[in-house]
Write a protein that binds this ligand. Structure first.
Ligand SMILES: [Zn+2]
Length: 358
């Protein structure tokens, strides 16, 4: 076979099996823009300037699996990098997105995607309900995305918990609500509810036990050896279990233990916020959860009030090594643990009715 014939054979193969060009390659992941480290401070009354926030490709997990994230130092909810990370798998089979970012930056998120692919938006999976992960759902549904999530997430969205001031929550935007749902099966933790084979990747949507919320999903990209682990782990600020939406600190321990089984030592774990990590990085975080749970339980068993427990400054030993350590972040964490160690309300429709403190 002459050289020309070989070339046309190669081209024919390329056309017939375009996905075969997208296989894991050495040299990945490539981190382009790491999140900021701070410390960040914002004046009283500061409002997020959404018009100044940019959405950029901050990491490449494989030649066709990119991570998008927002600017640092502008968004007080996530000063290290605005919003929740979005992952984009692209190629001839279309675009699959993990999460949709804040509503206010929907156009910019789409523009960031259009900078590297013209493929149609096909599939969106939501890792949990928070606005920095689902805020642009309606926008990307209009682009053609079919939205997948746990049934509990859908329930949280359709019947949102009352606001902190006791007022009913605003009516949901039905265009943002996931259309394909599945459930967590306690008898088979780690079993994918959905597996998609597209663009040379095999993508698993793995429903999680109630952990960050009651509707969490992690997303595994088998060829790239990457798992998007959303927010039950964080390394900027203290842990956040959204108990009103069914989350729990103990569930976060179970989630970490499941990752220990699903990941190998080389797997890149992509949290919703903070730095990219490996399996071993979850262990000190797990140990901190166990330690604080035990200490808060001991104090609560002695009849201490929440105020007493907050005043005990139980996170002191961790403040030096916890980036984004703020009084608000640690108080929220300790309050969650205090609620959880005694009389913890059960989950109804993906939600809990949490006690209110005057
Ligand atoms: Zn979250």
């Amino acid at each position: 076979m002459n050289r020309r014939a070989l070339l046309s054979l190669a081209l024919a193969l390329f056309v017939v099996t375009p996905a075969s060009v997208w296989v894991q390659q050495a040299g990945y992941p490539i981190e382009i823009i790491p999140p900021g480290k701070g410390p960040f401070t914002f004046p009283a009354g500061y409002q997020t300037p959404w018009d100044r926030i940019q959405i950029k490709v901050t990491a490449k997990m494989s030649p066709n699996l990119f991570v998008l994230h927002g600017s640092e130092a502008l968004d007080p909810a996530h000063p290290d990098a605005s919003g929740g990370r979005v992952m984009v798998l692209f190629g001839p089979d279309g675009v699959l997105m993990v999460d949709t970012e804040n509503r206010q930056v929907a156009d910019k998120t789409l523009q960031a995607i259009r900078a590297f692919t013209t493929a149609p938006i096909k599939v969106v999976v939501n890792t949990h309900i928070h606005g920095d992960h689902t805020g642009a759902n309606a926008f990307f549904a209009r682009q053609g995305g079919l939205i997948f999530a746990q049934e509990n997430l859908r329930a949280e969205m359709v019947r949102p918990p009352r606001r902190a001031d006791g007022q009913p929550a605003p009516a949901p935007d039905m265009a943002a609500v996931p259309t394909v749902t599945y459930n967590y099966d306690a008898a088979a933790p780690g079993r994918p509810a959905v597996t998609l084979i597209m663009n040379g990747e095999t993508v698993d949507f793995i429903p999680m036990m109630p952990s960050h919320t009651a509707g969490d999903t992690i997303v595994r990209f088998r060829n790239a050896n990457v798992i998007y682990i959303e927010d039950f782990y964080r390394n900027f600020g203290y842990p956040f279990a959204d108990q009103a939406n069914g989350g729990s600190i103990k569930g976060m321990l179970d989630a970490i233990d499941l990752i220990e089984k699903l990941a190998d030592p080389k797997t890149t774990l992509v949290p919703g916020h903070g730095t990219l990590v490996k399996r071993q990085d979850l262990l000190p975080y797990r140990a901190m959860l166990v330690d604080i749970l035990a200490k808060v339980k001991a104090l609560r068993d002695q009849g201490k009030t929440l105020k007493d427990v907050l005043a005990a400054n139980l996170t002191a030993a961790y403040d030096k090594t916890t980036l984004g350590d703020t009084q608000q972040s640690k108080d929220r964490f300790i309050t969650e643990v205090y609620d959880e160690v005694k009389d913890f309300p059960g989950i109804v429709d993906g939600k809990r009715t949490m006690p209110a403190y005057p």
